[in-house]
Design a protein. Structure first.
Length: 132
C-alpha cells in the first residue's frame, strides 16, 4: 500500500495514530508518517523508516525493503529531540532522574523491548513528576 502524502494528514491503524510529517504539524522531520505514542505536556513519537533495496534475487525478484528503522523523539515546544537510549530520555528530565530510574526498575522497563503501552505508562509517570 502506498499512501498519497499530499492528501492524507493523519490516519489510525488499529489503535495507532499516525500524522503526516509533510503537513508540518511537527517541524523538523523528513517526509513520511510519524507514530504518536504519547501526547501530554510533551509529545513522544516514533519516526518509522524503511529503505528500498534494489537487490534482486530469486527470493526477491522485485527487490525488498529493510526492516523498520524506527527512531524515538520527545518534543517540547515544537522542538524534536532524538531519544536513542534511557540515558538520553533521563537527560530531558534531569530533576527527576532518580525517581524515573526507580520507576523503570520497578516495572522492568527495557528500552529496546518496550511496547507502546509501556512507553505510555513511563511517559505518564514522567509527565506527572514534571507537573509537581
Amino acid at each position: 500500500v502506498e499512501l498519497n502524502e499530499t492528501i492524507i494528514d493523519s490516519m489510525i491503524i488499529g489503535n495507532t495514530f499516525f500524522i503526516n510529517s509533510a503537513m508540518n504539524i511537527i517541524p523538523g522531520f523528513e517526509k513520511g508518517f510519524i507514530e504518536i505514542i504519547y501526547k501530554g505536556e510533551f509529545l513522544f513519537v516514533k519516526k518509522h523508516k524503511k529503505t528500498f533495496m534494489s537487490q534482486y534475487s530469486t527470493n526477491f525478484p522485485n527487490g525488498f525493503y529493510t526492516k523498520d528503522q524506527g527512531n524515538y523523539f520527545i518534543i517540547f515546544d515544537s522542538v524534536p529531540i532524538q531519544i536513542s537510549s534511557i540515558k538520553s530520555l533521563l537527560k530531558e528530565f534531569e530533576t527527576h532522574q532518580k525517581d524515573i530510574k526507580k520507576y523503570m526498575r520497578s516495572v522492568k522497563f527495557k528500552f529496546k523491548k518496550a511496547t507502546n503501552q509501556q512507553w505510555v505508562n513511563l511517559l505518564l509517570y514522567c509527565d506527572k513528576l514534571d507537573s509537581v
